[in-house]
Ligand binder design. Structure first.
Ligand code: COA
Length: 254
């Protein structure tokens, strides 16, 4: 099972459980996560959602084999269902991040309410390095959260950065020891679960309200570029290079 769902203390935990592939996310995993968010919204016993990764990584992002063999194109594709659900979740969403948080492993954090990260966490947004462009409305949210130049450095160069930088960029709440981050994040989610659900719902809605339409529109705009770019030769070269364990060569493309 590549996704494990657990319910305890009013918290629904979604654990990415594909440690041999650093929790890279396949279409089937996106679908399970999208369904878990749907169930969480319907079930009054669920008062908060926690996302974490098993095996010392949060997520190596989208599965590159899926990108190569079955790139998502329709708006109903599991990845888009998941992104719509997490970005419009009415209940609080907490993340516990350790190790790699690549691509969507970082951009999904911009939709979480509380993000706790281990000192081992390493973030990256290598969309340009892969011949792609940002997704999950990160082209809108990262400049808003971190300021334009810092967002531009991360989104244009795509280089990995550590947890202290993520903290100073404003999308991580607190840094913890790697062996404490999951328990701490669960405890925070449990605290939320004990608070009045209606007050949480209204407070979150008030904070997000002005951005909701912008986020949905930007995700659609990004997808309009991202989907064709997945099939373009630059991206094909980048994916092949990853699996052949070599540096990509973009010199033949204009
Ligand atoms: N899709 C598919 N497989 C992936 C993957 C991904 N996104 N990320 C890692 N894997 C696989 C590797 O191919 C490897 O498989 P193998 O053992 O069968 O060879 C295994 O997971 C372990 O990865 P490895 O690269 O050996 O681990 P590492 O600790 O040296 O590096 C990462 C970890 C996450 C930095 C590195 O794997 C990486 O850069 N992955 C690609 C991330 C990416 O570009 N994601 C898409 C973003 S849009």
């Amino acid at each position: 099972m590549d996704i494990l769902i657990e319910r305890a203390g009013g918290v629904l935990t979604i654990a990415l459980n594909r440690p041999d592939k650093k929790n890279a996310i396949t279409a089937a995993m996106y679908q399970e996560m999208a369904d878990a968010f749907f169930e969480a919204e319907k079930d009054a016993a669920v008062r908060a959602v926690l996302i974490r990764g098993n095996g010392g990584s949060f997520s190596a992002g989208n599965d590159l084999e899926d990108f190569l063999k079955a790139p998502a194109s329709s708006p109903d594709a599991p990845v888009f269902q998941f992104l719509r659900r997490i970005s419009s979740a009415q209940k609080p969403v907490v993340a516990a991040v350790a190790g790699a948080a690549v691509g969507v492993g970082t951009t999904m954090l911009l939709h979480c309410d509380l993000v706790y990260a281990a000192s081992t966490a390493k973030f990256s947004l290598p969309f340009v390095q892969l011949g792609l462009c940002p997704e999950a409305a990160s082209s809108l949210l990262l400049p808003r959260v971190s300021g334009y130049q810092r967002a531009a450095e991360k989104l244009l160069l795509g280089e990995a950065f550590d947890v202290n930088e993520a903290l100073s960029m404003g999308f991580v709440n607190r840094v913890l020891d790697a062996d404490k981050v999951d328990a701490f994040a669960f405890e925070q989610a449990r605290k939320l679960a004990a608070l009045p659900a209606s007050s949480l719902r209204v407070t979150k809605a008030l904070m997000k309200h002005a951005d909701v339409r912008d986020i949905a529109a930007r995700m659609e705009e990004e997808a309009g570029y991202f989907s064709p770019m997945l099939n373009a030769p630059e991206a094909r070269e980048a994916f092949q290079a990853f699996f052949e364990k070599r540096k990509p060569d973009f010199s033949r493309f204009d």
